[in-house]
Design a binder for this molecule. Structure first.
Ligand code: ATP
Ligand code: MG
Length: 421
């Protein structure tokens, strides 16, 4: 017989609900990943009946097989989260969340007869309203009633998960995923009134990549979001200093040349004389306000929407360092120096490569933020997590392992295990 605490450690399970991807799984080096989306089966279509397809929603890798025309994709393919949030009454979105959660839990359901369900820690956006917590609890309870796979569940804000994965609870976490960028000062728990959530993330870097591809004669390729994302990740670079990088790249075209071969096709994308533009892709993550981007906004590239912090409106395009400072300023003066000593960056939108040969001009996200803060007279210690895409999930696992079985959920503390059996 193993003790209840040993059982909990064995069956710890983490879930990170991202805007673009759902990361999930038990204790391991890395989580499993599927896209956070579902394909709604149109029951009125006779072909589905003939093919014997009885499901209502398809999730996971199978979705690819169902994709058809662009119109169909717009109608039947549901990405449930927008900037990390789902509307209370958005039934379609919630049923996709139910399906992906079920998919994840059943994928790892062990055959062990002693298995009585996982201890699940789920991570939601730091700005997720209370009803999202209620819905996510409800969904786990329902799945458990149907399949016996959840013994208890708890929910933590994504930035707190990152802090936990880094073994600290006094810090500023900057989490930049596909849909948004959350700046969260933490002192034991996220400081609610200081959280800044910017409506921008990897998606905006995709947008500028698409514009650059159009300008370079590859306009016919930009309708495929997946392809644009691949190009972005392959050629995009963060400049230490944008103007210097552009100057060097124009003088030394061969060294900076951006070439990308599209997998499974004969197509090769070559930016040629436009190769210097690869630095715009990385720069826009940090400073979309730079005037160099104005012409792109003018011709229709979407400008990140503004957000609110208390009574204040924060521009969607605010320089990331200015946003970090604004957020820190909402915390007690005495705490601020401690926060600046530990700024933790996580999320795929900070995972930019730094090619060995371009090290003199291209930098990683931590170096960039540190430099931007320095320009504003702030000496900060900035670190990038080891696996930026997976640190939220890692923190979930650590949390599941750490919270004792008899520590029950409290809506006041927003901590503890939520149970129904
Ligand atoms: N090596 C890379 N270089 C640049 N961008 C990358 C890299 N790897 C991943 N990304 C980008 O990171 C984003 C995905 O990050 P992440 O998985 O953290 O987002 P998410 O959790 O799904 O969304 P969110 O946290 O906004 O809800 C995508 O835009 C992806 O293109
Ligand atoms: Mg995320």
């Amino acid at each position: 017989m193993i003790s209840i605490e040993e059982y909990r450690r064995k069956y710890a399970f983490g879930e990170d609900y991202g805007t673009s991807e759902y990361k999930f799984g038990p204790v391991a080096e890395r989580p499993d990943v599927i896209e956070n989306r579902g394909f709604i089966i149109d029951k009125s279509s006779i072909v589905y009946r003939i093919a014997g397809i009885t499901k209502n929603i398809i999730v996971g890798p199978e979705v690819s097989m169902y994709l058809g025309s662009r119109e169909d994709m717009a109608r039947f393919l549901v990405y449930p989260m927008r900037d990390g949030v789902i509307g209370k009454d958005d039934e379609r979105a919630w049923s996709v969340i139910y399906e992906i959660t079920k998919y994840g839990l059943l994928k790892f359901k062990p055959s062990d007869p002693k298995f009585k369900g996982f201890y699940v820690t789920a991570a939601l956006s730091a700005i997720a309203p209370k009803y999202m917590y209620e819905k996510v609890f409800e969904i786990h309870k329902k799945i458990d009633e149907e399949y016996g796979v959840v013994k208890a569940v708890t929910i933590i804000p994504q930035p707190l998960a990152v802090a936990i994965a880094q073994k600290t609870i006094t810090c500023i976490v900057v989490e930049s995923g596909h849909g948004n960028t959350q700046i969260t000062p933490i002192s034991r728990y996220p400081i609610r009134g200081a959280i800044i959530s910017l409506n921008r993330g990897g998606a905006e870097a995709n947008d500028i990549t698409a514009e650059i591809l159009k300008d370079s004669g590859y306009g016919d390729l930009v309708h495929e979001e997946k392809l644009v994302r691949m190009v972005k990740e392959a050629i995009g670079l963060i400049p230490r200093n944008l103007n210097e990088a552009i100057k060097k790249a124009r003088e030394d075209k061969d060294r900076f040349r951006a070439v990308f071969k599209v997998p499974n096709t004969p197509t090769v994308i070559d930016l040629g004389d436009n190769s210097w533009m690869r630095f715009l892709i990385g720069e826009i993550v940090f400073d979309p306000e730079n005037e160099i981007f104005e012409s792109y906004y003018k011709r229709g590239m979407p400008r990140p929407r503004d957000t609110r912090l208390g009574d204040e409106i924060i521009r969607g395009t605010i320089n990331l360092a200015d946003a970090i400072i604004k957020s820190a300023q909402k915390t007690p003066l005495e705490l601020q120096p401690h926060l600046y000593k530990r700024i933790i960056l996580s999320g795929g939108n900070f995972a930019w490569k730094v090619p060995e040969l371009l090290k003199d001009v291209a930098v990683d996200a931590a170096t960039k933020i540190k430099a931007l803060l320095k320009e504003r007279n702030i000496d900060a210690i900035v670190e990038l997590t080891r696996d930026p895409m997976y640190s939220v999930w890692k923190g979930c696992i650590v949390y599941s392992i750490a919270v004792p079985d008899d520590y029950l959920w409290s809506w006041r503390r927003m901590e503890g295990w939520y149970k129904w059996r």
